[in-house]
Design a protein around this ligand. Structure first.
Ligand SMILES: CC(C)(COP(=O)(O)OP(=O)(O)OC[C@H]1O[C@@H](n2cnc3c(N)ncnc32)[C@H](O)[C@@H]1OP(=O)(O)O)[C@@H](O)C(=O)NCCC(=O)NCCS
Length: 339
């Protein structure tokens, strides 16, 4: 048995498709309640990286058969000693050393580029089972990585939404949010809001609990925001935003984003939600999330479930999510390894 590793060029459609097929087999086996990975998004990860990132992909073959891949994302504008990775081995090819071989090649590449730490995420337990460690967590522990932050995924089932309760929560939030105006938009952010959205986006990692993950806040300006929007367009993500404007200053002080992928109209992710620290305590988080939930469902009537990830310690955000009807599905580990 011979394991070979090659790097995948973005233009090599056959190799990108082989890696995609591994990803699809992995999701079907390990994450059965997620949609199949979106082919458009998968190809764009390599062809259209996020601005300020270099993306490298390695493909492993066992005796010529595609068996696993490693995607490395190297930040260029901030976090220049860090990298994040996705490591996937086809379910039929596991425990044959492919994961370890890919990890060793990846670590070599990262050392050459002066990176000092690498992080990756994996579901902590087997799908649908509590107490049985997932292969990802067993593998990460075996190669010496440290579990630096626990995230919890919660899911909202649209059919279970209690609209009367949401009405009551919204009315209460509006009473606490006098002097603030709700704005809605889809896709790219309007020009007059771009600088404020970039500022809020950049604050996100400064404000969210990061556990022991050594990841510095990202430097985001309007130009980087535009680059990110183009990259999300290339991935086919349909995006629904609500922002809250402070009427006295004219500034956008809260922002939340839900999105839907190109290949699964039934599934949405609740992404970013952030309220500027100076404007907390006015229920702007709850207000913007309920408004955006309704904004999304008005345009995406096929959405049946919405998933969201929060650090297990992010009490404020979790309280809001539970009020909306999100319920725990599973726990995820954020691993960190010294290169
Ligand atoms: C994690 C994953 C990449 C491992 O790939 P793999 O090719 O099976 O890994 P290897 O064969 O190189 O295993 C290396 C060591 O990891 C440990 N390990 C891997 N899978 C394990 C499992 N299911 N149970 C216990 N230990 C495991 C073992 O110590 C193993 O060495 P051994 O086989 O000599 O005992 C693969 O299971 C996968 O794709 N999982 C889903 C995605 C994921 O979680 N990625 C990792 C994110 S950190």
């Amino acid at each position: 048995m011979t394991i070979t590793i090659t790097s995948v060029e973005a233009a090599d459609e056959a190799a990108v498709e082989q890696a995609y097929q591994i990803s699809a087999a992995q999701v079907a086996a390990d994450e059965p309640d997620f949609p199949a990975p979106c082919r458009q998004r998968f190809a764009a990860l390599l062809r259209h990286p996020m601005p300020g990132y270099e993306t490298i992909m390695l493909l492993a073959r066992i005796d010529g058969t595609p068996a696993g891949f490693l995607r490395l994302d190297l930040p260029q504008l901030d976090n220049t000693e860090n990298a994040s990775v996705e490591l996937i081995v086809h379910p039929a090819q596991r425990r044959r050393g492919v994961g370890r071989t890919l990890a060793e090649h990846g670590l070599g590449l990262l050392r050459e580029r002066g990176r000092r730490r690498v992080s990756a995420m994996s579901r902590a337990e087997l799908a649908g089972e509590t107490g049985r460690r997932s292969p990802g967590n067993a593998f990460a522990a075996a190669i010496g990585a440290v579990d630096a932050l626990t995230d919890v995924r919660r899911r909202l089932t649209v059919a279970d939404l209690d609209q009367a309760r949401l009405d009551a929560l919204l009315a209460d939030a509006r009473r606490r949010a006098v002097g603030y105006e709700v704005l809605r938009w889809r896709g790219r952010t309007p020009d007059d809001l771009a600088a404020d959205v970039a500022y809020l986006d950049g604050r996100l990692l400064a404000d969210a609990p990061m556990g022991d993950l050594a990841w510095e806040p990202e430097r985001v300006d309007a130009e980087r925001l535009r680059g990110t929007e183009l990259a999300l367009d290339a991935r086919g993500r349909r995006r629904y935003h609500v922002g809250v404007r402070h009427e006295a200053s004219g500034r956008l002080v809260a922002w939340t984003l839900l999105d839907v992928g190109a290949s699964a109209d039934w599934h949405s992710f609740q992404q970013i939600t952030i309220v500027d620290p100076e404007h907390r305590g006015h229920r702007l988080g709850l207000l913007s999330k309920i408004e955006n939930l309704r904004h999304l469902l008005a345009h995406e009537p096929a959405v049946r479930v919405i998933d969201t990830f929060n650090a297990a310690s992010n009490d404020h955000m979790i309280t809001i999510n539970e009020q909306l009807g999100f319920r725990v599905r599973d726990r995820w580990s954020n691993w960190q390894l010294d290169v």
